[in-house]
Design a protein around this ligand. Structure first.
Ligand code: NAP
Length: 308
């Protein structure tokens, strides 16, 4: 089968860091165009909007949508409506209902829709899932604490409604726990901390449970300076499991498990190629559902204003 002609929309940080190298190394995709207000890719035809791209390059077969989540639905709708397969960066949208509408549209047109969760492809995630499946879990603690000034400079969208605030990184942790834990989770209690001058939270403390009353505690905080934490600690009958560095390292009872090198985005594009070939979609809304539930059930607390 010849390579799928691909376009990228929203040429920014994640496109340059991850999408371009992953696409260049994957023979199943050929990047033929981009649409972005400012960003371009050397040697690739560029357009200012997805509408202009779809009109000028009708041979495009698939698009990767990498703009902030508040602007993804309109672009995804236009792409699916024009008969293109769609790769959605995480989070797949700003609301659950808009993503469900995309699922409906993709199904009705026989197209593939991919809600990507890159952290699920971190190198130690599958080994953590296998370990947890082999024992009884007593409790889980998620610690996702990073310095927003370091990781998200000048990203106004992330602080605006729909930008998710601290859930932008936190949803990566949610994408991992919803994949590695054996049963569906639900939120029982949450506190979200909003800076007085921002629309999105800077911190969240969330308690989850499942049908067996498993206690799962998640702490997300964007005010962390010094050591950054992207860790999931499970106490189990077989001892302590620590999945650290965003899913890239695993230790069981303080013994490090060997893992393969990191290749999250190459694996995402392999999965996208696979679902296109299989004429199916891959849309798991669980991580976004938990974010929505935290906004629904959580206590909203105002804290000091945040200045860059
Ligand atoms: P970004 O660089 O701030 O934004 C990506 C591009 O989207 C921008 O360069 C901009 O391109 C376009 N854009 C920005 N605001 C827009 C608007 N109001 N309307 C339309 N287009 C707009 O963000 P990013 O870090 O690449 O993140 C983009 C998505 O990838 C987010 O959903 C994020 O959660 C996800 N992601 C990011 C990372 C990361 O490490 N940064 C990792 C994994 C996933 P133009 O100005 O050229 O239009």
């Amino acid at each position: 089968m010849s390579a799928t002609k691909l376009a990228i929309v929203g040429v920014g940080k994640i496109v340059r860091d991850q999408h371009l190298p992953a696409i260049a190394a994957n023979p199943d995709f050929d990047l033929v165009a981009t649409a972005s207000r400012h960003g371009t890719v050397d040697g690739v035809a560029s357009y200012g909007t997805i509408e202009a791209l779809l009109e000028a390059v009708p041979e495009v077969q698939a698009v990767s949508l990498c703009m902030p989540p508040q602007y993804r639905y309109t672009a995804a709708y236009a792409a699916l409506n024009a008969g293109k397969h769609v790769f959605l960066e995480k989070p797949p949208g700003a609301t659950l209902s808009e993503v469900q509408d995309l699922v409906r549209l993709a199904d009705s047109k026989g197209l593939s829709l991919f809600a990507s969760w890159h952290s699920r492809y971190a190198p130690a995630v599958e080994a953590a899932k296998s370990f947890l499946a082999s024992t009884k879990i007593n409790s889980v603690h998620v610690i996702w604490k990073e310095d927003v000034r370091h990781w998200h400079p000048n990203q106004d969208w992330i602080w605006q409604a729909g930008g998710l605030g601290v859930f932008d990184p936190g949803i990566n942790a949610l994408s991992i726990i919803t994949h590695i834990l054996p049963r569906a989770l639900f939120i029982t209690k949450a506190t979200l901390e909003f800076p007085e001058n921002r629309d999105a939270p800077i911190a969240a403390d969330i308690q989850f449970s499942d049908v067996t009353q498993l206690p799962v505690h998640a702490e997300f905080d964007w005010r962390q300076t010094g050591k950054q934490s992207w860790d999931i600690v499970a106490e189990t009958e077989a001892g302590q499991m620590v999945l650290s560095d965003g899913g890239s390292k695993l230790s069981i009872n303080a013994e490090q498990t060997p893992v393969q090198p990191e290749r999250e985005y190459p694996a995402l594009y392999e999965r996208f190629a696979e679902i296109i070939k299989a004429k199916t979609s891959d849309v798991d809304l669980a991580p976004l559902m938990h974010v929505a539930d935290a906004f629904l059930l959580g206590r909203h607390k105002f804290v000091d204003s945040f200045f860059d």
